[in-house]
Structures are given as C-alpha cells and as structure tokens.
Write a protein that binds this ligand. Structure first.
Ligand SMILES: [Zn+2]
Length: 125
C-alpha cells in the first residue's frame, strides 16, 4: 500500500477548489492536497502554482543552502558533444551523428550508439 503524499505548496490550502474542501457543514476547511503522486517539482507539488509558491517562499534559502553559483559554469569543447540526427537522410546508417556545439564538428554514429544512453564522447561536465 502506497502512502499518500501531501503537496508541499505553502499556499495549496488557500486555493478554492472542490477537492480541497473537506469536512461536514459547519466545520469545513480547505486543505492541502493529498495524493499518491504528483506531477510537478520532482513529485512534490500538485500544480505549477504550488511549485512557484514554494519557490517564492524558500527558493532563495534553498539556493544558498545547496550552493549559490558565484561564477558562470563553462562547457568546454571536450564536453560539447551532442547526439543528433537528420531525418531527411534515408540511409539509416548515415542518419545519426555527434555534433560539437562549439567547433560544429560532426562525427558519424550508428543507430545503436545513438540509442545507447551511456555512449557519449564527453569526458565529464
Ligand atoms: Zn498544491
């Protein structure tokens, strides 16, 4: 049996929807949504609004906690390889390739290599 999760939105209970309204006449309350799974924010929020509410309240503190960038990250030539394909090429063996986002160099790729998520040319990011 899977546990129900609560939406982590800080104002989830303030949105007037029928499914949030609980209780009997005279003691009704709007409550935070509770579901077996959510789609937003890595499964923590019932909606984009709730995800945004959380970020507006805590995002700044979270970034400071986990490490705020103080200088730009850099993607070098060695790590700028991306897989791509050209659907206009009929020959499946020549349709797939690596392309370097900085040098624009292309290197051919088999379809199996294209589909293999562990196969890449980057040395680390
Ligand atoms: Zn919510």
């Amino acid at each position: 049996m899977s546990e129900l999760k609560l939406c982590q939105g800080t104002r989830c209970h303030t949105y007037y929807t029928k499914d949030r309204l609980k209780g009997v006449k005279g003691s009704k309350t709007y409550q935070t949504r509770r579901r077996s799974s959510f789609y937003y924010g890595d499964g923590n929020f019932c909606s984009m609004w709730c995800w945004n509410d959380w970020f507006n309240d805590f995002g700044d503190k979270a970034i400071d906690h986990f490490g705020r960038l103080t200088e730009p990250k850099k993607l070098t030539e060695e790590n700028a390889w991306r897989k791509d394909y050209d659907w206009r090429i009929d020959d499946r063996q020549n349709r797939f390739f690596f392309v370097n986002g900085i040098t624009k160099e292309r290197r051919s790729l088999t379809e199996e290599q294209y589909e293999d998520n562990t196969y890449n040319l980057n040395t680390g990011e």
